[in-house]
Design a protein around this ligand. Sequence first.
Ligand SMILES: Cc1ncc(COP(=O)(O)O)c(C=O)c1O
Ligand SMILES: N[C@@H](CCOP(=O)(O)O)C(=O)O
Length: 420
Amino acid sequence: MKLVCVDCSREVALDAFDYQCGCGGLFDIVHDMKDLDADRLKRVFDERLSERMTPYASGVWRYKELIFPELPEEFITTKYEGNTGLYSSELLQAYTGIRKIWLKAQSENPSGSFKDNGMTVAVSHGRSLGYKRFTCTSTGNTSSSLAMYAALAQGSSYVFVPNKNISLNKVLQTLAYGAKVISFSGTYDDGIRFYEQYSKELELYICNSINPFRIEGQKSIIYEISQYLKWSLPDWVVIPGGALSNVTALGKGLHDLKTLGLIDKVPRVALIQAEGASPFHKMAAAGKQELTPEPSPYTRASALNIGNPPSWKKALRTLEQTNGVTCSVTDAEILDAKAKVDQSGIGCEPASAATVAGLCKLVAQQIIDKDETAVCILTGNMLKDTDALHEYHLGEASAGNYRNGILSADLALEDIQRLL
Ligand SMILES: Cc1ncc(COP(=O)(O)O)c(C=O)c1O
Ligand SMILES: N[C@@H](CCOP(=O)(O)O)C(=O)O
């Protein structure tokens, strides 16, 4: 394994780890995979799928050879993350108009979001370097995940969260796991600037996605989907985009699977952003190669409130390698799609539903053919934002009742019959 700068291609050995190259570029982790045999790997991964209570029962560490082979086992900090459901849904097929849809519920992770796939690797790496203090800037999911793993590792966490437009549930979860929370006025993007300046001085290990170990862990999401589907992927993978870590990891994971011969065909990637926070989509739609940051991003899907995504160059590589597309959706489209995902029995937070909303749009525009197949990555749990549930089910549109029920029927039979 080595670090390679995305901007200037400088190579750095792993023991000289840093988050950024001297030129300002982010690092990629590059593995030497030439001695890995696809059939042997498939056997090992299948054996580990049924293990219990070893680090390899984790849906991330099951793929250790492709993620962080060098890490000594004693540093692995795991909550058996991954191992999340892959569901099909006739309701969502009808809603989106596509022949076959799967939903990968990263919402079922231990802290309730896909961040756990990456965080287990980042915190384990930080521990291996001797760190005890971990940090991040966050709209709430990265911080909850970090706080959980830092507690598990008996370390401490210091997190920077914007003082508005984030979900209180996530801040409370972060606090409950014992993090010290620093609330500031600004967005995720401002938090990054703070610790870029001070983390070394304060001996803080940074757990945001500028850290390439986070990306390595998040690759496991597409490995797991492939393994569940017997190493044959759908035509499309649909993913939401904020800081663009997940689409970056998806691209890297697909590249690994193809290089190793674990899959024959690479699916196309559809990256969906919320209209109010869509700098990457705007760049791609304009055919540009330079991102213009949005200084005041706003979307009700608060996890996507990011105006200057650090990983945009890596994300562009995913699009190029997969013949990918981008699209943006309105908050209203996101919230309608979220209601459908909830009613399907799977459930998700608003940011995740951008995928289903985006799929609807791309099918309607015939960019995705209705006879194709797709998997949508559902990134966060529906209980991550109970205000969104409250607004939808008890807000103005519900006319004083629960949207799908009655607030107070005093057990009158006729009232209840109306619902049947
Ligand atoms: C629930 C949820 N979905 C989607 C995203 C966006 O993912 P990324 O920032 O990797 O683009 C985030 C935050 O990052 C998130 O918390
Ligand atoms: N929605 C995210 C934003 C942080 O992105 P990261 O990938 O850099 O950690 C959050 O949960 O904070």
